[in-house]
Structure formats: structure tokens, C-alpha cells
Design a protein around this ligand. Structure first.
Ligand code: DC
Length: 223
């Protein structure tokens, strides 16, 4: 595992922040970077999705901010990990396909705009990095969750390429609308942190993107 020289003079183990819009390829890349470095992979989108799924189960509308804030502390979610990958359990049940249900795709960006929801998850996200190095994927990881990490990557692709990638996954959710919501919210919007490395994956293979990010991490770790 690559982190000794870095952690020797810093308090927390390394946190690699990988942000970007939907279907930019960031999840695939983040997983592979985590695997190569032997760091834990954390999918923060799944955390927001789990809340959206739970609220839908309870019949609570994504627009009902007051009700959401009231139930938030009592949602029986557990954020864990299995095989070096984050997991989300609700009432002891591991959530997988539930997280990509249409009702979740449609409501998650509205729920993710609620500052109380973000504050609740922020704390859980940071906990993952207390004792171990992580590759964390999301929208605000470099800007809000780990603003001090030197390892920030903003992974993007042209709208055409992203739409084609989504279609190839067999998914037809409206990524444009979700991205618009994610970029325009006032609390922790989807944004490229000023010190993040921009990686446009439109004309790159997955392997090229992974190698680019790993070599940047290695250079910074060696400093
Ligand atoms: O990465 P994803 O598509 O699974 O994310 C689902 C939604 O959650 C997306 O609309 C934006 C939101 N999200 C967020 O606001 N902040 C994060 N760190 C991760 C996801």
C-alpha cells in the first residue's frame, strides 16, 4: 500500500478526491485507482441514494424538506465496507439494486441539495478516512469533504460522450437535469476545486485515465 511517506508527516491517511458529473467515468476510474493503490473505495453517491430510497419507502416526498430533516437522525442506515468498498445497509439490509431505482434517480438530486442532509453525510464520509486511506468519489469531495487533500481530480467528458456512456449502461435517467440540479444548488454544488486536476476523459481509455491519476498521486506522495 502506497501511503507511508505521506502519512509520516501528516495526521490523516491520504484521501483521494474524485469528483465529476454523472456518466463522466469517475466511478469506474475511482474503483480502479483504489484497487491499484489498495485503498478503500467510497461511493458517496450511494449514501445520498440510500436516503432517497428510504424516504421513498416511507412515502416522504423529496420536496418535503421539513419532514426529511425531522426523520434524518432516525433513518436506520449503516455505512460500512466490504472487500475494501463502501456499503450501505438499511435496517440491516444491504442496499444494491434499490439504489438505482427510477424513484431514486428522480429524487436524489433534490434531496442532496438539502444542507442538513449534506451535513449528516459529511460527517460519515470523513469518518471513513480516520484510520485508512480512501479513494472517495462524488461531487464535492475536493471542494468540501477533503478541502485540504492535495489529491483532487475532476473527471469529466463531453455531453455527447456522457450520454452515450449512460445509454451503453442501459440507463435512461435524465443526467442533464441531475447535473443541472447538482451544479446550481447553493450548498456544496458540483464544482471543480481550484486546485483539482481536470481530466477530460472524452478521448481517453479508462486505463489512460487511471494511469494519469496514479502517476500524479505517486509524484505527490513522494514529496
Ligand atoms: O454519483 P451518483 O450519480 O450516484 O450520485 C447521485 C446523486 O447524489 C447526484 O445527483 C448528486 C448527489 N451527490 C452529491 O450531491 N454529492 C456527492 N458527494 C455525491 C453525490
Amino acid at each position: 500500500m502506497l501511503c507511508d511517506s505521506y502519512t509520516a508527516h501528516r495526521m490523516n491517511p491520504p484521501a483521494i478526491a474524485i469528483d465529476g458529473p454523472a456518466a463522466s467515468g469517475k466511478s469506474t476510474v475511482a474503483k480502479l485507482v483504489a484497487r491499484q493503490l489498495e485503498y478503500t473505495f467510497i461511493n458517496t453517491g450511494a449514501m445520498y441514494r440510500a436516503i432517497a430510497w428510504y424516504l421513498a419507502q416511507q412515502g416522504i416526498s423529496a420536496e418535503d424538506t421539513d419532514a426529511i430533516i425531522t426523520v434524518l437522525p432516525d433513518i436506520p442506515l449503516q455505512f460500512g465496507k466490504e472487500d475494501s468498498t463502501s456499503t450501505v445497509l438499511c435496517g440491516g439490509r444491504k442496499l444494491t439494486t434499490e439504489l438505482t431505482q427510477p424513484v431514486v434517480n428522480d429524487s436524489v438530486s433534490v434531496i442532496a441539495a438539502i444542507p442538513e442532509v449534506r451535513a449528516f453525510l459529511l460527517q460519515k464520509q470523513r469518518e471513513y478516512n480516520k484510520n485508512e486511506p480512501v479513494v472517495m468519489e462524488g461531487r464535492d469531495i475536493g471542494s468540501v469533504v477533503f478541502p485540504d487533500t492535495p489529491f483532487k481530480y475532476f473527471v469529466t467528458a463531453s455531453p455527447e460522450v456522457r450520454a452515450a456512456r449512460r445509454a451503453a449502461q442501459g440507463l435512461t435517467d435524465s443526467i442533464d437535469e441531475r447535473d443541472k440540479n447538482d451544479r446550481s444548488r447553493s450548498c456544496a454544488p458540483l464544482t471543480q476545486a481550484p486546485d483539482a486536476l481536470l481530466v477530460d476523459t472524452s478521448n481517453m481509455t479508462i486505463d489512460q485515465v487511471v494511469q494519469l491519476i496514479i502517476s500524479d498521486i505517486r509524484i505527490k506522495l513522494a514529496k
